[in-house]
Design a protein around this ligand. Structure first.
Ligand code: SIN
Length: 189
């Protein structure tokens, strides 16, 4: 699949006719809400885990030297915590552009912290997109992040902001916190 997903996402008609849609954010969408929203609520999704397996050609790296950013990987029994935003459909033009490097809108049920559930959307980068990098050890991922930088800034800022935002939500994510630990060790050398 092409790395630019804007045209594919514009054809997504699942929520056509709705006045508002819940968007689930699990990466930079947790800590950088650069779009208008009607409500914001901590939420989680079942059966998915957050992994730094997606390459970033346009934000935290370049096509020649991609950074590493998060995507969702299916895993039975896993729970991924993040932030949900109630948005109006006009906001998708901005989001499709921001997430264009491999992410597709996927319809997904999410659960708020008070137990209520709704159907909404998340942007997911699947293994068939050309920017996908796949699995590596947390130590290797930290070393990769340490040297990557792109138009949105150093890749390490993405990781550190995400780790900070998860702590503020009171959520532990072993994968993210292990990479953060390895990165801090590398940077203190
Ligand atoms: C998300 O945050 O939900 C998608 C991945 C990203 O933009 O970092």
């Amino acid at each position: 699949m092409t790395a630019n997903t804007i045209a594919i996402n514009q054809q997504m008609d699942k929520f056509d006719g709705h006045h508002s849609v819940w968007l689930f954010g699990y990466g930079s969408l947790i800590y950088k809400a650069d779009f208008p929203y009607l409500q914001r609520r901590a939420a989680s999704i079942d059966g998915w885990t957050r992994r730094f397996w997606q390459g970033s050609h346009d934000h935290r790296g370049t096509p020649e030297a991609p950074g590493r950013v998060v995507t969702l990987i299916e895993e039975a029994g896993a729970i991924c915590h993040g932030m949900a935003y109630l948005i109006t459909p006009d906001v998708f033009a901005h989001l499709d552009h921001r997430e264009k490097n491999g992410y597709l809108r996927l319809a997904i049920p999410m659960t708020f912290d008070d137990g209520d559930s709704v159907d909404g959307l998340a942007y997911i980068a699947t293994p068939d997109n050309t920017a996908f990098l796949g699995a590596a050890s947390e130590q290797e991922i930290a070393a990769h992040i340490a040297r990557a930088t792109g138009p949105s800034g150093p890749n390490s800022d993405y990781l550190n902001h995400l780790a900070h935002a998860l702590r503020e939500l009171g959520r532990h994510d072993r994968h993210v916190f292990e990479i953060e630990r390895h990165l801090a060790a590398l940077q203190s050398k």
